[in-house]
Each structure stands twice: as C-alpha cells, then as structure tokens.
Write a protein that binds this ligand. Structure first.
Ligand code: FAD
Ligand code: NAP
Length: 339
C-alpha cells in the first residue's frame, strides 16, 4: 500500500453534513502527479475511488469501501488580459469562496453573485453551481480534466461541458472525469445581476450608492449568512432538492388549489417551482426525526442536529419526496451526491 494512504479514516471532517462514516483508504492529491499516482495505484488494486473536494454536496449513507481521494491542489493565476476580458485559472482543490474573493481583489467582475458557496473550484462544474441568477456556465472559459478510463488529459470547452440547471456532463458520467483545473472569463467592467431575490433591496438597505462587484458580493454574503445554516455550526449540504421544472398545466392546476404558489416561467415554456415552498406548504418546515431534520427557517435545507446518520437523512428525504408527489404530483430530485 502506498505510504501516503491512511486506513479506516473518519470522513466526518470531509463532509459538511458531519456524518461519521469511514473510508477504507484515504489520501490527498496536492498536484496532478499525486492524483495520477493515487488513481493508478487504486486501479492496480481494483479499488473504486471516490473523489471529494469540500464535501458540501455529499450525502454519505455508509462506510466507503474504496479509496477516498481528497483534492488538495492549490494555485490560481491570470492567464490573459486584454484590458477588459481577463481569463483566470484555479486548481481543483482551491476553496471556492476565497477564490471568488481573490478575483474581486484583482478588480475582476463575474463571480460576485456566487459568493459564499462552500466547496472547491474543481467541484463547481459538476453541478454548474449557481446562485442569485448566475451560474458558472455564464463565466466559464474551459477546464482540464483527467479521463480516469484512459489516463489522458482533456480540455473541455463550454459547449462540451453540456451545462444545465445544476447539471453537467461530469455529473452525468459519474466517476469518469477528474477535474484538475478550471478557467473563467471575467470582466473589468461590471454587468450587475441584481434582479434576483432580495439583492437590490439589500444594497439599498446597506446604503450602497455606487454598485460595485465587491458591494454585490458583500450584500449576497450578508443575505446568505442570515438565511442559511453555517455547516460549521449545523451540518447541512445546502439545498437538498433541485427546484422542479414542470409543465405549465401542472403549475396552473396546483395554483388553482394554492394561489400563493411560487413559480418562475422558463424559456422552454415550462415553470420552475420553488421546492422550498412546496415542502413548507406540506408542513415539513422545522420537522425533526431524531437528529435528522428540515431547517426551521429554510425548508429546502435538511440538517444534522448532531448524530444523524446519512441513512436517516436519506429516509427523511424519501418521505418528503413521497409526500410532495402525493400532494402536488411533483417529483423532487435530490441535489447532493448520494454514496
Ligand atoms: P463535494 O461535495 O466534495 O463533491 C461533490 C461531487 O463532485 C461528488 O460527486 C464528488 O465526487 C465530485 N467532485 C468533487 N471534486 C471533484 C473533482 N475535482 N473532479 C471530479 N469530481 C469531483 N450549490 C450551488 O450550486 N449553489 C449554491 O448557492 C450553494 N449553496 C450552498 C450552501 C451551503 C451552506 C452548502 C453546504 C452547500 C451549497 N451548495 C450550493 C452546494 C455545494 O456547495 C456546491 O455544489 C459545491 O460546488 C460542492 O463542492 P465540493 O468541493 O464541496 O464538492
Ligand atoms: P430564494 O431567494 O428564497 O428563492 C427561492 C427559489 O426561487 C430559489 O430557489 C430560486 O431558484 C427561485 N428564484 C428566486 N428569484 C428568482 C428569479 N428572479 N428568477 C428565477 N428563479 C428565482 O432562494 P434561496 O434558497 O434563499 O437561495 C438564493 C440563491 O442561492 C438561489 O439562487 C439558490 O439556488 C442559491 N442557493 C443554492 C443552494 C444549493 O445548495 N444549491 C443553497 C443555498 C442557496 P434557483 O435555486 O433556481 O436560483
């Protein structure tokens, strides 16, 4: 066994739900060479590999009988600058929010609405992370990934990533691609996205006269700190369900019974419903089964009050899914990756 591998490691510090399962083997990759070496050794021993970044989009329901490879590579750089458009690149293990802050300190705009999302740069393309009307696809300039089947490096363009709502090629081909570094095309001048939720209102409340990317970032951080539980204090993986996109007829049928239904028309004619609203209407907000619960302020967020297992959280999620299907005829899809 490689000297860098540890055995029977608790994954509690490596997932934001704080679930205490064990990895049979565990190692970290600080650069491409270490990542390649870990994958090659695992392949030689016919061991499956689970890649983790910040563990903020995982639900671990059992001990992991595999090598857990923690991406710990660091580095961020400017690749090109034409005076307006600046391409930056960051290694997969870079923590996301500090990377966003670094880009703002360089005077670059584009990532401000994605402030305070936990996790790493390398995982961000997995579900095309998004918040407050911006997704990474809007500023994406390419990424480099290792094909775990062939050992070849491949550069992906925007079109090749097939980004969708909380979705990508990488999510649809689980276990195939190890994302090594990601590039973003940022701008020196600001194109502000303020028409989402309470962002504009918060800037007014904060007395901001000149809207800058930093001011937007600060407003969004303050909103998020109020609304979302901090995983350091209360285990969670952010939104537990995706917002369902349904045919307009179904949305109208629900609205007939619930006139306050929250829905957003989509370009394809369908309607995106706020999953949190459905869950709240169904009476789940603040519900608790032992240490597995639905957050008391944010019904889209499942929480671990301490000793909940992943299986208990999964069971609670399945009960919510069944109830929402029965009440509204809407299928809720889980967002975190289940292992
Ligand atoms: P992990 O949880 O470690 O991994 C997620 C998946 O990606 C796993 O399948 C893993 O195997 C795979 N993976 C990780 N790294 C790599 C890599 N380098 N190459 C290939 N595969 C990899 N998400 C949003 O979209 N918007 C939000 O606003 C948002 N807010 C959140 C708020 C809170 C409080 C929390 C806890 C979560 C939130 N999330 C949000 C979810 C989560 O933070 C993001 O999805 C984040 O990008 C996950 O990054 P991670 O490094 O923690 O990934
Ligand atoms: P919110 O502002 O209370 O809004 C509720 C839902 O309505 C959101 O999920 C959002 O969908 C949708 N919405 C609001 N304004 C919209 C608009 N103008 N056009 C289209 N859809 C709109 O949501 P929140 O829970 O506090 O989260 C705020 C933002 O952070 C959202 O973008 C959310 O996705 C993101 N976030 C994501 C996670 C995660 O883990 N994925 C966790 C926390 C926050 P969308 O979700 O599709 O944007």
């Amino acid at each position: 066994m490689s000297s860098n591998w540890q055995q029977q490691v608790s994954l509690k510090p490596y997932n934001t739900f704080g679930i205490d399962v064990r990895a049979r083997y565990f190692t970290q990759a600080r650069d491409d060479a270490e990542a390649r070496q870990a994958l090659a050794e695992a392949a030689a021993r016919q061991l499956p590999v689970l890649v983790v970044g910040g563990g903020s989009n995982l639900l671990l329901t059992r001990d992991i009988d595999a090598l857990v490879l923690h991406m710990a590579s660091r580095g961020r750089r400017l690749l090109s600058d034409d005076g307006e458009r600046v391409v930056v690149e960051a290694e997969a293990g870079e923590p996301w929010h500090p990377f966003v802050q670094w880009s703002l300190e360089q005077g670059l705009c584009g990532l401000e609405n994605l402030s305070l999302i936990p996790g790493t740069v390398g995982a961000a393309p997995m579900q095309n992370v998004g918040a407050y009307g911006v997704e990474i696809k809007d500023v994406f300039a390419g990424l480099t990934a290792l094909d775990r089947e062939t050992g070849q490096l491949r550069d992906f363009s925007l079109a090749e990533c097939a980004f969708g709502y909380r979705d990508s090629l990488f999510k649809r081909e689980p276990g195939r691609w190890l994302i090594l570094r990601v590039r973003f095309a940022l701008q020196r001048s600001l194109q502000a996205h303020l028409d989402y939720g309470p962002v504009r209102q918060r800037l007014v409340e904060q007395g901001v006269e000149q809207v800058t990317a930093k001011a937007i970032s600060e407003a969004i951080c303050s909103i998020r700190r109020e609304k979302l539980p901090d995983p350091a204090e209360l285990g969670n993986a952010g939104s537990f369900f995706k917002n369902p996109v349904v045919p307009v007829e179904l949305a109208e049928r629900i609205r007939g019974q619930y006139p306050t239904l929250v829905g957003y028309p989509q370009a394809d004619g369908q309607v995106k419903l706020a999953a949190g609203w459905l869950i709240e209407q169904a009476g789940w907000k603040g519900h608790r089964d032992g240490d597995a619960g639905v957050h008391r302020l944010q019904s889209l967020v499942l929480v671990n009050y301490g000793q909940a297992s992943g299986a208990q959280l999964h069971e609670l999620a399945q009960r919510i899914q069944a109830d929402i299907l029965e009440r509204f005829g809407v299928r809720l899809e889980m967002e975190p990756n289940l292992y």
